[in-house]
Design a protein around this ligand. Sequence first.
Ligand code: FRU
Length: 497
Amino acid sequence: MSKKLTEAREYEANESKRISPKQRPVFHVTPYIGWLNDPNGFSYYKGQFHLFYQYHPYSIEWGPMHWGHVVSDDLLHWKYLPCAMTVDAEYDKNGVFSGSATELPDGRQLLMYTGVSEIQEPGSELKKNCQTQCLAIGDGLNYQKWKNNPVIDPSMMPEGTSKEDFRDPKIVPQEDGTYRCYVSTKASDGGGEILVYRSEDGFHWEYSNILTKNGNRVGKMWECPDFFTLDGKQVLFVSPMEIRMGQIENRIGYCSIAIVGTVNPETGKLDEEWMQPMDYGIDFYAHQTMTAPDGRQIMVAWMQNWETTSERGENFPWMGQMTVPRELWIEDGRIHQRPVRELDACRTNPVKLDKQIIGSEEIHFDGVEGRVLDLTLRIRPADEAGYHAFRLRFAEDESRKNYCEIKFRPDKCELSMNRLHSGSCRALVHKCTAPVRDQNGELTLRLILDRFSAEVFLNGGEQTMSMVYYTDIAATGIGARTEHGNVELSIEKYDIV
Ligand code: FRU
């Protein structure tokens, strides 16, 4: 093991002792210490779920990227393992960037990642960033970078693509025992493009074809590709940067999308059928999936995005968290999501209330409060007059001045999520709106809270909205009211342990 990796492992083991479990979410992954961004190498190996992550142990800021590592039996209770990789080779001295994992036929685990280094441009003093694809082999705890790294370098890229933006390999084993790998790059028009590589053994790679091109339809560079089959369709996940309003619904900036279609066997190109944002909230990026042994396709994402990283807890020793792992399926021409079913076993203290009539005065329900819970609301107009808006506040303090809020406008078919009053001292995006399906004022919301985050699953999972917030943990109130008119509400609440 390199000196740098030994140092990182000693550092995190010692420094993480400063963090009490109370300062972390209960079932969402946070870094062992320091900074976390993208999920990496999400996989099932030797009887456990493994999740790696983009990691900078030495500060709560992004820095030279390491891979952190956690394992779990149920995707909810995670155990820290020592740092898996650090910047200790010439070809990755500026960063061990995002990637993926698979199991080799001989039982070893193979990690594939982007090594970031720099090259001197011919005839210039300038050094340019260079991204290549590399491997590490391990046993679920310790990993050895492969002696022949990098395995995919810029000489293996088609004409007109960028070696500075060439990253985030997703390795996918094929039924015939070979492998494919999907890597993001930038075409000469500045738009993202997904390249496909193939390999007989996972170690020796050759360029195959272009899966699909952005052509500046949705944002510019596309990061973090993932590619899998779901309910008979082929799904490409990408995380576009610099999206403009109107390119994909009402999303702007960084967003994570799915492109669904079928691969043309002749050309290897994805014949696209539809695109959808994978989340409509404030904090969601770099989503990645794995196939569980029971066949479920499970997704996890970084619950943050590059434009909102100044939203953080005061004096928190960690920065960055993952979403709850979510099961995916296709229904009515859309990818749906729900929290993994393992969460059901962690639910306790049920409260069920039916046919509650809510008007414009805020109501708090007995037994319905807390910062770690699973809350389902069914909303419908109480009478023919209907209602103008329904508002649900959570993480509300006793002064009622600090809270987060979800607001539904049936006339506009819009659901918004808002942390403007959560106590943030940053002037950044604090509100997001999702255009929702018209159901004559009816809506089902499942809200998952875990101390510093809220994830909303709408109408049985057809849309989701996620955000983080760092309101004082003593703010546990939950209250509902309408604007003009009455709503009939049913509530099902569980605490999560
Ligand atoms: C996405 C990303 C990846 C890159 C990593 C670096 O959030 O920019 O493209 O590999 O983060 O930390």
